[in-house]
Design a protein around this ligand. Structure first.
Ligand code: SAH
Ligand code: DHB
Ligand code: MG
Length: 210
């Protein structure tokens, strides 16, 4: 039922050339397409626009789908810093950003996001938008860094907080599941945040740093 509703909502929208190119590029590399859901990609563009974000930080680039969505919502002259573990993925994402005409607005930093985040903190960088979407074990640490690097009023979004059913499956106790549960509890309870969690698709957490 939920899936049919999602399919219906998705069917209202026409094809998006830039995002179709990302999907085709990911398939051509034989990579699994775990780009953010179309409806949440649109929400990223809307939230970036509504929050008048100038500097955004993405954790997990893959093929550049969410990068395009984020960059589209940035103020003119705005910049996206995108953290990606694998050089080949960052290269593919860069290619798709260039093809979408957004190449000037993105900087990739390759390697474990935890090291890149420590480096950004060292550099004194701050951001007004965060999209957390890399390894699920890292989510609690990524949330701590996002809060530490946030300007007042910054938006923090986290993808896949339902882990396709594993988050609520009490038989599951692996490191990713534990980390995401702890991330979700922090999103809901941390007094520095104003938040909500959307259960559609694979779940999306949205918070504002007060
Ligand atoms: N945000 C992308 C999808 C990201 S998929 C989109 O919606 O278009 C998750 C990505 O996180 C993968 O590209 C993976 O290589 C990357 N990743 C996994 N572990 C990481 C780590 N420790 N540091 C940085 N990136 C990581
Ligand atoms: C999966 C989906 C994602 O969006 C992601 O970031 C990681 C994994 C998945 O469905 O396995
Ligand atoms: Mg994801």
């Amino acid at each position: 039922m939920t899936e049919l509703n999602e399919q219906y909502v998705d069917s209202l929208y026409g094809q998006d050339e830039d995002l179709e190119r990302v999907k085709a590029g990911i398939a051509a590399q034989g990579m699994r397409d775990i780009s953010v859901a179309d409806g949440y990609g649109r929400l990223l563009t809307m939230l970036a626009t509504l929050s008048k974000a100038k500097d955004a930080l993405e954790i997990g680039a893959l093929g550049g789908y969410s990068g395009i969505c984020l960059a589209r919502g940035l103020q003119s002259g705005g910049k996206l810093v995108s953290l990606e573990l694998l050089q080949s993925y960052a290269d593919l994402a860069r290619k798709h950003m260039n093809e979408a005409g957004l190449g000037d607005s993105v900087e990739y930093r390759v390697g474990d996001a935890k090291a890149s985040l420590a480096q950004l903190k060292e550099e004194g960088r701050t951001f007004d938008f965060f999209f957390i979407d890399a390894d699920k074990e890292g989510y609690p640490v990524y949330l701590d860094y996002a809060i530490a690097l946030a300007r007042p009023g910054a938006v923090i979004v986290g993808d896949n907080i339902l882990l396709r059913g594993r988050t609520i499956n009490t038989a599951k106790e692996g490191p990713a599941v534990r980390a995401v549960r702890s991330f979700n509890e922090a999103i809901a309870r941390d007094e520095r945040l104003l938040s909500t969690v959307l259960p559609g698709y694979d779940g999306l957490a949205i918070a504002i740093v007060k």
